[in-house]
Design a protein around this ligand. Structure first.
Ligand SMILES: NC(=O)C1=CN([C@@H]2O[C@H](COP(=O)(O)OP(=O)(O)OC[C@H]3O[C@@H](n4cnc5c(N)ncnc54)[C@H](OP(=O)(O)O)[C@@H]3O)[C@@H](O)[C@H]2O)C=CC1
Ligand SMILES: CC(C)(CO)C(=O)C(=O)O
Length: 346
């Protein structure tokens, strides 16, 4: 089996390194020359906050897809959402006849991938609570140990729903990194994760705060509840069956954001308890990392998607819409990240 990883960043690098360590034939394809050189020459190192020894693997890596030797049985797309189509189009000609593509990203990018290779060749994989960062060439750091049985990190399924042998095959590959389940309802898992991202990623981008510090701030936590509440209502409007979100029932988040005092008390207690756990959110979500590195964000693909779907359904999403505007200003360098950008939405 030959595997291509499009985007050897935090997530792609993390899962790919574990596949290489298990003896799989993996090629990393990534635009960053220094990173690709490091993977080939010194190896790709995966470092955990605790409990897990460093893993370093020497691996095949190229910046230019035309230098990768096909055919590939599986291509993982782990670039940012806005690079999805370009990345898929680049690898599509190198797919084996029955080869397929897995979106290992946040957001809902399966349709974009299907527009290139067709829906019958698309699977999705959610990385939940993985908290990883590409900190420099050849080094990915995870802000925790492995989650194992405590929390299922990867959830894999067919774009069109239902389980399949190839979803189980992808599940086995991801299980090399951490706990994995195969789902027959990818879209429900996608929306559950999208709500988590909607509640935290844009806030990290706008404030520059690690998750723990954002959650500890009463006003920011209140805005997060309202972001989540709007997103839950949109997902419910779409008929999605949501799973637990940040250890909370989605309905509790929805009501907390709508001002129900009992729900808000439950929400606050659970969110604050999470900050006390080992590791405890001392991590900058990926969109915060993007701003820190001067890169484009995925805001339109996360909170922006909530706003678009809400508009189609007639469900108001004013706080998500306001956050999109704030993050765009920060991204454009018009204002520096600061907590008061979120306080102003409270
Ligand atoms: N970090 C996290 O904890 C989590 C992230 N995610 C999601 O995973 C996805 C990937 O994010 P993450 O790993 O954090 O991102 P990173 O920024 O760490 O990595 C993305 C990588 O893709 C490379 N890249 C971009 N475009 C191309 C291209 N056309 N061809 C090849 N390589 C390319 C980038 O290189 P360059 O910068 O040079 O363009 C970069 O190295 C996102 O959707 C994110 O939201 C999901 C769960 C958790
Ligand atoms: C849930 C979270 C915050 C974990 O890192 C994430 O998905 C991201 O950083 O994009």
């Amino acid at each position: 089996m030959r595997i291509a990883i499009m985007g050897a960043g935090a997530v792609g690098g993390y899962v790919g390194a574990h596949m290489v360590a298990a003896g799989h034939d993996v090629v990393f394809i990534d635009a960053w020359q220094a990173h690709v050189d490091a993977i080939r020459d010194q190896g790709l190192t995966i470092r955990h906050l605790r409990d897990v020894p460093d893993l370093t693997v020497q691996a095949q890596a190229v910046t230019d897809v035309s230098r990768a030797r096909g055919p590939f049985d599986i291509a993982f797309i782990s670039v940012k959402s806005y690079d999805t189509v370009a990345s898929t189009a680049a690898i599509a000609p190198l797919l084996a006849k029955d080869g397929f593509v897995v979106s290992l990203q946040n957001g809902l990018n399966e349709d974009a991938i299907a527009s290139v290779v067709g829906a019958d060749r698309v699977l999705g994989a959610i990385a939940s609570s993985i908290t990883v960062e590409l900190v420099g060439p050849g080094l990915v750091r995870r802000a925790s140990g492995k989650q194992g049985a405590a929390h299922t990190v990867f959830r894999v399924g067919e774009m069109t729903g239902g389980a399949s042998d190839r979803a189980r095959q992808v599940g086995k590959l991801l299980e090399l990194s951490d706990s994995t389940t195969v789902t027959d309802s990818l879209l429900d898992e996608r929306w559950t994760k999208l709500i988590i991202n909607a509640m935290g990623n844009g806030i990290a981008a706008a404030t520059g705060l690690v998750s723990r510090d954002a959650v500890a701030d009463d006003r920011i936590r209140g805005v997060s509840a309202r972001l989540g509440s709007e997103a839950v209502r949109v997902a419910q409007g779409l008929g999605r069956h949501l799973g637990e979100i940040l250890h909370l029932d989605p309905e509790t988040i929805a009501r907390a954001g709508e001002g129900d005092p009992e729900a808000k008390a439950t929400f606050d207690a659970q969110r604050l308890a999470d900050t006390q756990k080992p590791g405890g959110g001392a991590h900058l979500p990926s969109m915060g990392q993007d701003i820190a590195k001067g890169r484009r964000t995925e805001i339109e693909f996360l909170n922006g998607l909530v706003v678009t779907r809400g508009r189609e359904l007639g469900i108001p999403t004013p706080v998500n819409a306001a956050l999109v505007e704030v993050v765009k200003k920060v991204e454009a360098g018009q204002v520096p990240p600061a907590p008061d950008l979120i306080w102003s939405l409270a």
